[in-house]
Write a protein that binds this ligand. Structure first.
Ligand SMILES: [Zn+2]
Length: 678
């Protein structure tokens, strides 16, 4: 496998003495310079220049829809987690321990003989219940039992902090209930969307055949589900419309909720999902609930039965027999572009990660994230924070009073680095020698109860929403915190202490830490105050300045056209693009204070500033299939990897300096077009 060669080569990294040449330290082999495609000019396409050789040498495997740094790190994590599972089986620990749960989960997921033999039989009870439906109340009752087990239907609900009072956990209702990834797939007429829609129809048709219908009925059933979902899609907001935190915050008491969606017996539903007492609810998109309520009454009960059957099978198909799985995969292929499924063991690990990621994480960090690494990245957070403070103080467009509040908020950003100090308690999660899907449903039920139990209790601000082995990070506005799991700092095959500063400031400092901190001040984050509450703290004239500057980045990204006729959605991706640009400039400012920068010693012919930008580009070393790109452009608030590199760098003077970029180079952007926010 490709990855092994990369990892293998990198492990052999040796430092050759730099005594002979003080100006150019040699590292052989150097994973950064090895990725460079020297046939591309940095000023023509920096992403391809920095990453091009790696991309040429590492085509996307047929079972993957993208291939790059994320998968390289993930491959290593997969191998480690597989070992954790196999050890758990060997250990044969007593019932109730984490080790027993991991072993039984893994065993049930890998037992394809048992899974294939059962077919869709584990869903039989639910299917029987659906058959018995004869009222809207029955539909809602089944929806409740579905939601408890992690089966999606009708709408979405979850427990999270109240955006306007971060010390309180609130119950949220959001739009949902669609079978395709979002509303656009029901209406868009571009080629990729039409292909997905047709594949989805075919998938529904096959599902109804599998459920025992004849072909004529199956066509009718398929059409009824699509018609229902199209009504829900029409009432759903577009991706960019979901960005405004005020518009998507509609707090109301239960009486008002009944008024909004009268055909749903909310008290029954809430009881059913385990909520005994509730004064208020935060509705994200009220018009969706009005339409859902209306559709519940006006569409035939039979259509809803079809809908619930289809969603039961769709939500469960990945954990069932090969026929059921293959049907779904045929459709999902049009979204991902991968021609064959990933190996089973990886898919089971993904599901296990979702079910009990923190249980796995306890075993993971013991082996793979030491105190020294934790210290390095904690220090880096502080360096970035200092750089941001200096930036804010020097901003020409912001008033002193808003600056003071911004600095206060920045000072109070909590950092969580590596792994949680306190682990979640999994003792009540029931995992046994039962069919795979039952273990999954039990894990989902545990998670459901865990979240519902938070209502009415003080907010636990020590909690993590990602496991330590996750290759990702987040900013949570309600806690005004950045959360940086150990996995995000990993470089495949290289020990942390062997990574040079220039690289680390670009890779971890800019693309992760600076990025996440800037989220606290992007188009959404800036609307939350230092206490994590959705409450204005900007003078209106400063807000106007910010919005004008953000307009420029929206315009810049709208122009990118990564696939077919499809463009980046500059509006929906503005928060991420602002964070990328912010991360890059903060990383540079912090890096300029280091000895590595000041000594300006080259490594393998590249200056520290150049290696800084390579480090950033390495963070987005990725290639994607066209199907996935097309899906991402409609559903993801992140621009594609290439644009995340080429988009922000052209706004930064140091980039022009580092690679001697001049007017006439393709990436050159006139001063007047450059975006400057922070
Ligand atoms: Zn982000």
């Amino acid at each position: 496998m490709k990855l092994d060669t990369v990892v293998g080569a990198a492990i052999m990294i040796t430092l050759i003495s730099s005594c002979n040449n003080n100006q150019d330290q040699k590292i052989q082999p150097d994973f950064l310079s090895a990725n460079i495609d020297t046939s591309v000019k940095p000023g023509d396409d920096f992403f391809l220049y920095a990453n091009g050789r790696w991309i040429k040498d590492n085509p996307i495997p047929p079972d993957e829809s993208s291939w790059g740094i994320g998968q390289m790190v993930q491959e290593e994590i997969y191998k480690r987690l597989k070992t954790v599972n196999e050890k758990a089986i060997e250990e044969n620990a007593v019932h109730g321990t984490i080790s027993q749960k991991i072993a039984d989960f893994w065993r049930s997921g890998m037992d394809t003989d048992a899974i294939n033999k059962l077919q869709i039989q584990p869903l039989q009870n639910d299917l029987t219940e659906i058959k018995k439906i004869n009222s809207v109340a029955d539909i809602i009752s089944i929806t409740g039992s579905f939601h408890k087990k992690g089966i999606g239907a009708l709408f979405g609900d979850y427990v999270a902090q109240d955006d306007k009072n971060s010390n309180v956990m609130a119950y949220h209702l959001s739009q949902g209930g669609l079978g395709m990834p979002n509303r656009d797939y029901y209406f868009n007429t571009d080629e990729k969307s039409v292909t997905v829609r047709n594949a989805y129809k075919k998938y529904l048709y096959k599902t109804f055949l599998e459920l025992g219908n004849d072909s004529i009925t199956a066509v009718k059933d398929e059409e009824s589900v699509l018609a229902l979902e199209t009504k829900l899609a029409k009432a759903s907001r577009k991706l960019a419309e979901l960005r405004d935190p005020y518009r998507n915050y509609n707090k109301m008491n239960i009486a008002a909720l009944y008024k909004l969606a009268a055909n749903i017996d909310w008290n029954n539903y809430l009881q059913n999902i385990g909520i005994k007492k509730l004064d208020s609810v935060i509705v994200g998109q009220p018009e969706f609930y009005a339409e859902l309520s209306n559709t519940l009454k006006t569409s035939g009960i039979n259509d809803w039965k079809n809908y619930l059957q289809a969603h039961l099978i769709m939500s469960s198909a990945s954990y069932l027999d090969s026929t059921t799985f293959d049907n779904l995969f045929e459709y999902r292929k049009t979204l991902s572009g991968a021609s064959i499924p990933r190996p089973r063991w990886k898919r089971v690990l993904d599901v296990e990660e979702n079910a009990m990621g923190e249980a796995l994480g306890q075993l993971f960090v013991k082996e793979y994230f030491n105190e020294k690494a934790k210290q390095r990245y904690s220090d880096l957070v502080e360096a970035i924070r200092e750089a941001y403070k200096d930036r804010i103080k020097a901003l020409p467009w912001m008033s002193d009073s808003t600056k003071q509040k911004a600095i206060d908020k920045l000072n109070r950003v909590t950092k969580k680095v590596g792994y949680p100090d306190k682990w979640k308690d999994f003792s009540n999660m029931q995992i046994d020698h039962v069919p795979y899907i039952i273990n999954i449903q039990h894990a989902n039920e545990w998670k459901h109860n865990y979240n519902i139990n938070k209502l009415g209790k003080p907010v636990d601000k020590t909690e993590w929403d990602m496991s330590p082995q996750t290759y990702n990070a987040y900013y949570n506005p309600s806690n005004n915190e950045i959360v940086l799991p150990a996995g995000i700092f990993a470089v495949p095959g290289i020990r942390d202490e062997d990574l040079d500063d220039a690289f680390v400031y670009g890779y971890a400092g800019a693309s992760t830490i600076g990025h996440e901190i800037t989220h606290g001040f992007d188009d959404q984050g800036r609307q939350y105050n230092a206490e994590g509450n959705l409450k204005g703290w900007w003078l209106p004239k400063d807000s106007i300045q910010f919005v004008q500057r953000a307009e420029k980045i929206i315009k810049e990204f709208n122009e990118f056209n990564p696939v077919d006729t499809l463009h980046v959605n500059g509006n929906a991706t503005q928060g991420e693009n602002i964070a990328d640009l912010g991360g890059l400039i903060l990383g540079i400012d912090a890096f300029k204070k280091t000895d590595s920068y000041k000594k300006n010693k080259k490594i393998n012919g590249y200056t520290p500033l150049q290696r800084y930008f390579f480090g950033y580009a390495y963070g987005w070393l990725d290639q994607e299939r066209k199907e996935l790109l097309a899906n991402q452009l409609k559903t993801d608030e992140h621009a594609p990897a290439k644009e995340r590199v080429n988009g922000p760098v052209v706004n930064i003077p140091e980039f022009y300096e580092a690679f001697d970029i001049k007017p006439g180079d393709k990436m050159y952007r006139a001063d007047s077009l450059r975006v400057s926010i922070w």
